[in-house]
Design a protein. Sequence first.
Length: 449
Amino acid sequence: MLVLVRLFPKGGLSNFCNVFESEKRNLYWDDVKPLYALRQEGKRYVSILLDVKKFEAVENVFLKDVMAMASVSQTRTIPIMSPIYFPLPEGHPEDMDRYIAVLRVDPENYKSVYDNIAATKTDGNAFINYVSYSFGDDDIIVSMFAKDREAANKFANDKINSIDGVNAMDVSKIVRRLPMLPQNEMNAHTDRFIYSAPAGEGGSLKNPDLFNKYASEKDSFTVIVRMFGKTGMTKLWDEIKSDVPKFETEFIKPLYASRPEKKNYSSVIFEVNNFEDLKDFVVDNMQNMSSVSKTRTIPMLEPTYFLMPKQHPDGLFRFLITLRVLPKHYQAVRSKITGYAYPDNVYLTYVSYTLGEDDLLVSVLAESRKAVQNFAKLAFENMDSVTSYDISNQMATTRLTSPETWKKHQNRFLSNFDKHHKKEYDSRYDWTDEFKDDAAMSGAFVSDL
């Protein structure tokens, strides 16, 4: 799998690039290979592309190395799906600069825009050398070579922005590119995605067997897919409940959905085997959901469920607390959350790292919003490493898979303490009967089960 990690420095980018280059050796792990790093003109981050064999290995990179860099203030992780590397056209100029265009696209046009980009010919002054899906901040990434900025902007506007379904585009120049693998290892990476002809010249994957092997790699992990509504949340919510369960396969399982208050999206949590399987759902099936205006994918690390005591009050409400945390303190803050002495009217049910706009997600059941606000104020406002937090009530939740699949997932991510003590808890803690109602849930987000 491929993930693009954006690192936001506390200070200047130039000095950060030097620090990053000196510390890049710490990013090499058995199941993670850093491919190259990019600095884009006008952006406040440095991007690094990682080739990940096992998603849990990302924890080593994030929690032990990148986050240990005192100069990193925040991060953003973007899944990369179905990349294509195009060979350069014959006779191309040797002194061209690199540019990147990021696109926001209507969900029903994801595939057609991607295909049209692959079919876009050079205009003599610029040409495409890479395209991929990237359902993080944007939907599609395009890399180009151009003789200058004017040529890049003209090519992007005339050839790419004019494609039906493209809603917005941003073009920036790559001012520094730092290769992080020997050339032979980099070739082994690109061989899986290289086309037989330059963009627009009717090529196809040169090594389809290598790509198929890549796409069939299995490593189950959890992601959040946020689906934004076109006109209103009620129709989208009804569509999620009726349509998304139909898309469950051996390789991708929609587990549950939640609808937060005062947000223009609903979240669907999936267990998937790799990003290519998720791409198939987002690209092939999302176009059948008429109420979705855009999607955003957020990988999760170390999702953990916690059991609920049987003698809890009735009529509890579910709240999500999302936190932004200084990267160096990710693990420390998570440990404080799981070890906190919760008040009698607030119950921890779930915690996870979330590699998106936020860093940690905490689910609690509580008797009221005021109870959650009081808890969060005491727990987080005086914690220097927490830069911000947000509380949202979950207006509606629903399970999207079978009880058996849900229980298997929940068992897999049950907290280690609860796993070791589950038998002695059976008489005192909810577990076997958690599907009756939301108040009786043992760590789920779901209510109408």
